[in-house]
Design a protein around this ligand. Structure first.
Ligand code: NAD
Length: 257
């Protein structure tokens, strides 16, 4: 047994001092919590977000902000470049995603499916391509999937398909990039209390849905919070997870157990 590993302190294993990170969709919700934790661990973080209000959040926590639609290749490349600077990038969190309710299959247009796949999958592919070109010292990538990738549900087919593809992408990239010292993992969050989720569930409140009860519907019985996902992300990008790649970490309070 290599005893030198056990002598590394936990503080040192979680320390991201000197690391440069890009968090897509980091202006609010899960991405904002991830940004906060990465900065706390010592990383320099750039947020790439479509919504310009993310600039205020970035300023508040000491991140750099790039207004960017991740589905726009030129904007995405500029954001990756900004995050990498001259030293190169160490961490990419492909978090930006959209989840408008798909609706019944008969009502789903090609344009709807195209945008869903473009933002939720193709942009992760492109961000990884640009990031890897700027990771001279290896690195860690976390792709945001969803429990919708693992189990079906009515009226969310386009979203489920996009997140299923994120899982496959993660596994393939883990194999391809492992030899370059780059680990690639995915997180599959359960329902998490974010502005995006509230927006989606709000119209259902009129029909009697108790949104808070829905968010807390899991064996642990607590509402999933963005920080629960941020803690998992910190684990996966840190040295604590140096032997973990190509995996999907389900963080859902046991909802899918
Ligand atoms: N909240 C949940 O219950 C839940 C569950 C499973 C998976 N997820 C995934 O987690 C990720 C974050 O979700 P959230 O709930 O925090 O969402 P959110 O809507 O609250 O926040 C998403 C952020 O991403 C940004 N964004 C959206 N489209 C973008 C684009 N094209 N380019 C750049 N930025 C863009 C938004 O401006 C926003 O700041 C998504 O990939 C989502 O699919 C969320």
């Amino acid at each position: 047994m290599d005893m030198s590993l056990t002598q590394l302190s936990l503080t040192r294993l979680m320390d991201l001092t000197g690391k440069r990170a890009l968090v897509t969709g980091g202006g609010k919700g899960i991405g904002a919590a991830i940004t906060t934790r990465l900065i706390e661990a010592g990383a320099s973080v750039t947020i790439a977000d479509l919504d310009p209000s993310g600039a205020d959040f970035a300023k508040q926590v000491g991140a750099t902000f790039a207004q960017c639609d991740v589905a726009d290749s030129a904007q995405l490349e500029a954001a990756v470049d900004m995050a990498a600077g001259n030293a190169g990038l160490d961490i990419l969190v492909n978090n930006a995603g959209i989840f408008p309710t798909t609706g019944p299959v008969g009502k789903v247009s090609d344009d709807f499916v195209h945008r869903m796949l473009d933002v939720n999958v193709r942009a992760q592919f492109s961000a990884t391509r640009e990031a890897v070109a700027r990771m001279p010292n290896g690195g860690a990538i976390v792709n945001m999937a969803s429990i919708a990738a693992l189990a079906g549900g009515a009226n969310i087919s386009a979203y489920s398909a996009s997140k299923g593809a994120v899982v496959s992408l993660t596994q393939a990239h883990a194999h391809e990039l492992g030899p370059k010292g780059i680990r690639v993992n995915a997180i599959a969050p359960g329902i998490i209390d974010t502005p995006g989720v509230k927006e989606q569930l709000e119209p259902l409140r009129a029909g009697g849905l108790d949104i808070d009860a829905r968010i807390a519907a899991n064996p642990v019985g607590i509402a999933g919070q963005p920080d629960h996902i941020a803690r998992g992300t910190l684990f996966l990008v840190s040295e604590l997870a140096e032997f973990i790649t190509g995996q999907v970490l389900v963080i859902d309070g046991g909802a899918t157990a």
